[in-house]
Design a protein around this ligand. Structure first.
Ligand SMILES: Cc1cc2nc3c(=O)[nH]c(=O)nc-3n(C[C@H](O)[C@H](O)[C@H](O)COP(=O)(O)OP(=O)(O)OC[C@H]3O[C@@H](n4cnc5c(N)ncnc54)[C@H](O)[C@@H]3O)c2cc1C
Length: 400
């Protein structure tokens, strides 16, 4: 692994969570050379989780979400509103869409992901486009419309879709229908009891669920939108929110020799090193070896922060901290759902306590009889304890 000279130029593409934490980690590890962060968005780097929750209800503002601390700003050069269009291996650097070349001694790719959309008929008609939720501009557009009295269709069954459904309900939409693509949202990924609990929580707030077929396209007319589902049924709505997942934002790497996964993620080892020496990747645009094996999740906040710290260590020659047990959370109404561990690789799920209807479910995930994960609804203490215990076990194994 090639360590960057202390005075070398570290160039980070993507002014998001992973980009910010890579720069922060490099400085903490004593890197003294220039650090440049190039970002496509025309605003200071911000944190995304609130965009589908508190930012949409107006409980937090843009300044609350800023990543950089105004009292102790990072010693980096931020360049906003600059779209990076290509990677150069020799000489090492990147090309921007306006034809500029930025030379670097190490490049970190941290371009995140882009919202997936569905094919649209009559896009841009009077009813407007379906909304997506990835950037602050996306969230701002949705925050600025009055939802009172409007019928909303939310497409997708992941946390983003469910958080959007909860927020629209709280903001007075006359009806909210979720086209989740499965009967119980999240059941395929997180188990049937979790899907049942999520559906029950939403139904208790008046949210409806469309048939279990996936949404396949949207037709817009002056009168509103029609969402077409795979089984031939349809859902009519005034507002459509497409929360059907995200794809790695790596189309700008198409001409490079970098190894990409079939979904377009930058393939890395478990230190964030890519197939090109001196080029690293972290966050939602990347797929690390343990993620390819299903041992760690993709697309969660903690993963991006920890990967950034590991990349910063690798670049600067510092000892990387071992990654914690995977962890994610989601807030919906008064429910806080938290999951920890290698949930995706479980072969058995057991309900430890609570029930699927009372908002206090706690489930355990096992592989070959050994507990490897936990998920709780409003079970903050239990999940915290589990994470601590497993972190201690992991540290003991590493120390042995
Ligand atoms: C609405 C929303 C809610 C979420 N809620 C939760 C949650 O509750 N819990 C949880 O665990 N996780 C949550 N997440 C996931 C978490 O926020 C992401 O995993 C995290 O933001 C990933 O960080 P990143 O730096 O990889 O990507 P991003 O934060 O997306 O940053 C990537 C940046 O790169 C820029 N970029 C892209 N292409 C280019 C280019 N060609 N040139 C220059 N710049 C470029 C983008 O504009 C963007 O600013 C949520 C995500 C979203 C979108």
């Amino acid at each position: 692994m090639k360590v960057l000279a202390r005075e070398g130029h570290l160039l980070i593409v993507g002014a998001g969570l992973a980009g910010y934490h890579t720069a922060r980690g490099a400085r903490l590890n004593g890197h003294t050379g220039p650090i440049t962060i190039l970002g496509a968005e025309n605003r200071p780097a911000y944190d995304r989780p609130a965009l589908s929750k508190a930012y949409l209800t107006g409980a937090v503002s843009e300044s609350d979400l800023a990543l950089d601390d105004p009292d102790q700003p990072l010693d980096v050069r931020w360049v906003a509103g600059l779209h990076v269009a290509g990677l150069s291996e020799h000489p090492l650097g990147v090309l921007t869409s306006d034809g500029e070349f930025w030379a670097a001694d190490a490049v970190v790719i941290a371009t995140g992901a882009a919202a997936r959309t569905l094919p649209e008929t009559n896009p841009g008609d009077a009813a407007g486009r379906p909304y997506v939720l990835r950037t602050m501009d996306d969230a701002l557009a949705l925050r600025d419309i009055c939802l009172e009295g409007l019928e909303v269709a939310v497409l997708g069954g992941g946390f983003l879709a469910l958080e959007a459904a909860a927020t629209c309900t709280q903001r007075g939409a006359s009806s909210v229908i979720v086209a989740a693509g499965e009967e119980f949202p999240g059941a395929r990924r997180l188990s049937l009891p979790v899907g049942q609990a999520l559906r029950a929580a939403h139904e208790a707030h008046g949210v409806g669920f469309a048939s279990s077929a996936r949404a396949v396209s949207v037709t817009s007319t002056a009168a509103g939108h029609t969402v077409h589902l795979g089984d031939g049924s349809a859902v009519a709505a005034d507002i459509v929110i497409c929360a059907c997942g995200a794809a790695p934002a790596t189309s700008w790497l198409a001409g490079s020799a970098l190894r990409l996964s079939p979904t377009g993620a930058v393939l890395c080892d478990d230190f964030g090193a890519t197939s090109i020496p001196g080029v690293w990747a972290a966050g939602d645009c990347s797929e690390w070896q343990s993620q390819s094996k299903g041992l760690r999740p993709v697309g969660h906040w903690q993963e991006a922060v920890e990967q950034a710290a590991v990349v910063a260590a690798g670049i600067t020659g510092a000892e990387p901290q071992p990654m914690q047990e995977p962890y994610f959370w989601s807030d919906q109404y008064d429910l806080m759902l938290q999951g920890a561990g290698a949930i995706a690789s479980a072969d058995e799920v057991r309900i430890i306590s609570g029930s699927v209807t009372t908002g206090d479910l706690l489930v355990s995930y096992l592989r070959e009889g050994t507990e490897i994960g936990i998920l709780g609804f409003n079970r903050l203490r239990e999940v915290k304890r589990w994470r601590k215990q497993h972190q201690r076990k992991k540290a003991a194994v590493l120390a042995a």
